[in-house]
Design a protein around this ligand. Structure first.
Ligand code: HEC
Ligand code: HEC
Ligand code: HEC
Ligand code: HEC
Length: 279
């Protein structure tokens, strides 16, 4: 057996043993290019590039905590978020829309054309004067009212995002060390680890290797919170936050043949919900 074949075999074994469908992004609704296989899905006729609708290798928007982001972000002030106004049982601090959630909402709030990019395909920034869209769930490249994927700017009817995990959770005392503990027993304790000098958090799922951060774990995103100092004041601390991509992996649409919603783990038996909530 040559090396290439061995490699292929190893990958095939990995795909089978991990139980995850490795279909790739091209067969998903996040393929907005002309290579989109399902003609009813939203797509353009002008480029066959897939990643470019979200990422660029050069000149990316560094104002967002999503890697090599190729879009401008909506302003946080236009959103209303799920908070104590919607629920009297909420424990965690709610932040304004930011982090990776802002990146998702740069398409999913329906206010910005999905072909609006920092760096369009080809040479130079603005190479395609106007994109031609097909698919009924968009109007001039903006998600329209016929799709539930258009969340709008009112996020009070959506699972909280920019929400502190576990009513306090673990926080970074500024030295990269964790402090505080998981104070809410309604939640699975998050794992925290230092990767390249930064404290990072996630909730381990039963999929994959224990205590190792993987795409099939619920990823928590580091944001700035004001922690109660117990004496009427607050201390500025980094802490774990639930964002859109905590539950969703935008590249992998299906965990099994019936599920399509880009979830990190299967939602069978409410697996996504029970990954964090102990109910
Ligand atoms: C619809 C938008 C979208 C498209 C299209 C997309 N990505 Fe992403 N990608 C994201 C977002 C959002 C994140 C951050 C997700 C997170 O925090 O886990 C990300 C993260 C990544 C990362 C780092 C984290 C990881 O999951 O490995 C890599 C590498 C990446 N994308 C590569 C690609 C490549 C290559 C393509 C094209 C084949 C692509 N992406 C297409 C939205 C997209
Ligand atoms: C470049 C634009 C764009 C970005 C950025 C983007 N999406 Fe999407 N997303 C779409 C489109 C288009 C659809 C298909 C909508 C439809 O056909 O109803 C979609 C569909 C979805 C769906 C539903 C899939 C299905 O099969 O019904 C989920 C879940 C989703 N996106 C999550 C996310 C998350 C989470 C992020 C950020 C991590 C993100 N998206 C970023 C464009 C985008
Ligand atoms: C706490 C977990 C969680 C968070 C956070 C979350 N989602 Fe979801 N989302 C889900 C689950 C679970 C589903 C699948 C629901 C179903 O099976 O009908 C879903 C479905 C969707 C769909 C498809 C809706 C449909 O019925 O067609 C879109 C689009 C979507 N999410 C986008 C987002 C965006 C954008 C954000 C951030 C603003 C986000 N989600 C935050 C868990 C989450
Ligand atoms: C990544 C972890 C995570 C996942 C996955 C998750 N949640 Fe949550 N959820 C939270 C956090 C954190 C809060 C905020 C709770 C608080 O501060 O009181 C929350 C809040 C809620 C609330 C509001 C509670 C209140 O007191 O108002 C409901 C209801 C809820 N989640 C249901 C779900 C459902 C249903 C699912 C699956 C579709 C789900 N959650 C998946 C972390 C998660």
């Amino acid at each position: 057996m040559n090396i290439k074949m061995k490699h292929a075999l190893a990958l095939a074994t990995l795909a089978i043993t991990s139980g995850v469908t490795m279909a790739g992004i091209s067969a998903t609704k996040h393929n907005l290019s002309s290579t989109q296989p399902d003609a009813t899905n939203n797509q353009v006729t002008d480029t066959a590039e897939i990643c470019v609708f979200c990422h660029t290798p050069h000149g990316a928007n560094t104002g967002v905590t999503a890697p090599l982001w190729n879009k401008n972000l909506p302003s946080a002030s236009q959103y209303s978020v799920y908070s104590t106004a919607n629920s009297s049982t909420i424990d965690g601090q709610t932040l304004t829309v930011g982090s990776v959630s802002a990146a998702c909402l740069s398409c999913h709030d329906g206010t910005q054309a999905m072909d609006s990019m920092v760096n369009e395909p080809g040479s130079g920034a603005d190479t395609i004067a106007s994109f031609t869209w097909t698919g009924t769930r968009q109007t001039n490249g903006q998600l329209n009212g016929t799709t539930i994927a258009n969340l709008g700017a009112d996020l009070t009817n959506d699972h909280p995002i920019g929400i502190q995990y576990c009513g306090g959770g673990y926080t970074d005392d500024g030295s990269g060390a964790s402090t505080g503990s998981c104070t809410d027993t309604d939640f699975k304790a998050p794992v925290n680890d230092t990767i390249n000098g930064s404290l990072v958090w996630w909730v381990d799922t039963t999929v994959g290797t224990a205590s190792q951060r993987e795409k099939t774990d619920m990823i928590l995103y580091s944001r700035d919170f004001d922690q109660d100092d117990g004496a009427g004041g607050t201390i500025a601390r980094k802490g774990p936050s639930v964002e859109c991509a905590s539950c969703h992996d935008p590249h992998v649409e299906a965990k099994d043949t019936t599920e399509v919603a880009f979830l990190r783990v299967s939602q069978s038996g409410s697996g996504v919900c029970l990954a964090c909530h102990t109910k």
